[in-house]
Write a protein that binds this ligand. Structure first.
Ligand code: CMC
Length: 450
């Protein structure tokens, strides 16, 4: 369409440019032609944290943040949560379509055949301190898998990609369970291939002396739903990490470890842990107003609230809230749910949160379910990482196969010193003390640098 262009006049030169608009986007590279002189580098687009930059084309997950819509490959999250199971959803995310029965059976078989860990990997896990955060163990061990499967570096070989994907989806619950048991000095439990993906995970976590572990069907179903809801979420911090790191053509284990590290942070997958710690700290309903006051004064955040993309209720939070009550039927109510519900009610009526369109996100209620199921708080980000592996790998594959992609390498706006000559150490002036520097910065109105 002729009108699908943007006309830009560069007021520095008076020149006018016509920039094509495709799929509601302009290409940053089209701005490079805008120069003030022959040797000018050309105009850059500055977008810290990519708040308005699409880094790829993707056919995996669709989010309409204003309407609170989330779909995987076109299927609404609500339908998948109600009718699918995690492995089927993982197939959908990785391969693009729901499987027929034959393909589903093969997929399930192939994943199940990859659930065991190399014995040396267990020794590797043994090397961690007993009180190591399980997410640190998972990040380190996933990275170590690249040393166990060196063939994974053939990322342009479709057969290799397929086997690494099965291996990673298959081994994540085993690694996660081993990280959990290591903390308590319990022996690692071998995978039980008769059980479902989530049932086997529960077995590897909680099996004690019984010969055959029988997973609680309510917990198994709740985990399936939680895993489905966490499977992908388009270009979030960890998806961006796997794409950026994977763009160097490194093997998928190293790239997945980078994604898991990104997920670990409290602003991303660590938020479920932070939310429960916050609710525990608040402790009771009567302490909520004081807590909200502190948040509004900029002293901390309401964890499990707010989202870069959703400016409406996160559809995952709605489903999780319902699942929470189903699990509590089995476990007894987690007393923190009353604090959470009241906190949500107050926040959703408060001008501060309303004006900023801050709603509960996926992490607000999920931790309460995990806690009721007797997971230690430190396991929560790990429980996010297991299902997100299918999303990461789908994002990674899409990136590998996208002919427009290259090694991810943003530009910068340099703000440092101009060229200066090296001074031998004995001729350098006495450095300022930290106290003096802070004082100078305060006097000149600068942000403290240390
Ligand atoms: N509590 C209090 N104020 C908040 C919160 C919050 N949870 N989130 C955002 N704000 C305020 C923020 O202070 C800012 O206010 P102002 O305009 O006065 O400076 C405004 O809302 C916009 O915030 P922002 O930081 O620019 O928003 P963002 O899109 O960069 O951040 C976020 C998104 C998820 C990092 C942020 O909302 C947050 O830190 N939430 C708490 C952590 C959390 O729950 N993270 C899980 C996200 S969902 C799961 C996942 O994808 O990992």
């Amino acid at each position: 369409m002729a009108n699908d262009t943007l006309t830009v006049t560069d007021n520095r030169t008076g020149k006018t440019y016509e920039i094509p608009i495709t799929d509601g986007a302009v290409r940053s590279m089209d701005f490079r032609q805008m120069k003030t002189s022959e040797d000018d580098f050309g105009l850059l687009c500055y977008d810290p944290a990519f708040t308005n930059t699409a880094s790829c084309r993707s056919a995996i997950t669709y989010i309409d943040g204003d309407a609170g819509i989330l779909r995987y490959r076109g299927y609404p999250i609500e339908q998948l949560a109600e009718r699918s199971n995690y492995l089927e959803t993982a197939y959908l995310i990785v391969k693009g379509e729901l499987p027929d029965q034959k393909h589903m059976d093969t997929w399930e078989h192939n994943i199940t055949m990859h659930t065991m860990l190399h014995e040396n990997l267990k020794k590797f896990i043994d090397g961690f301190q007993y009180d190591a955060h399980p997410m640190s163990i998972v990040v380190g061990t996933v990275a170590a898998l690249s040393a166990f499967y060196p063939g994974a570096k053939h990322i342009h070989d479709v057969a290799s990609r397929r086997v690494q994907i099965r291996r990673l989806i298959g081994k994540m619950p085993t690694l996660a369970a081993a990280a959990y048991r290591h903390r308590f000095g319990l022996p690692y439990v071998q995978p039980d291939n008769d059980l479902s993906y989530c049932g086997n995970f529960l077995s590897m976590l909680f099996k004690m002396t019984e010969l055959k572990y029988k997973p609680n069907p309510v917990f198994e179903r709740a985990l399936n739903i939680l895993f489905i809801l966490h499977a992908d979420h388009e270009q979030n911090c960890s998806a961006n990490a796997i794409r950026a790191v994977g763009s160097s053509n490194v093997d998928p284990y190293s790239a997945t470890a980078a994604a898991a590290a990104a997920l670990y942070g409290p602003l991303h997958g660590g938020a479920n842990e932070a939310a429960v710690r916050m609710l525990t700290e608040i402790g009771s309903v009567d302490k909520i107003p004081a807590f909200i006051k502190k948040v509004k004064a900029g002293e901390g955040r309401l964890m499990g609230f707010g989202h870069r993309v959703y400016r409406n209720y996160d559809p995952r939070a709605r489903i999780i809230k319902d699942v929470a009550y189903e699990v509590f039927e089995e476990t007894g109510k987690n007393p923190l749910i009353d604090v959470a519900v009241e906190l949500e009610r107050i926040a959703l009526q408060d001008d501060y949160f309303v004006a900023r369109k801050l709603y509960p996100n996926v992490d607000f209620y999920s931790g309460l379910i995990y806690q009721a199921m007797k997971f230690p708080v430190s396991m929560f980000p790990v429980l996010f990482a297991i299902p997100r592996t299918s999303g990461w790998l789908a994002q990674w594959c899409e990136n590998v196969l996208d002919s427009e992609q290259k090694i991810a390498r943003p530009r910068q706006i340099y703000t440092g010193a101009d060229t200066r000559d090296y001074v031998p150490i004995e001729d350098r002036p006495e450095p300022l003390t930290v106290e003096r520097r802070l004082l100078d910065e305060r006097e000149s109105g600068l942000e403290p640098s240390v």
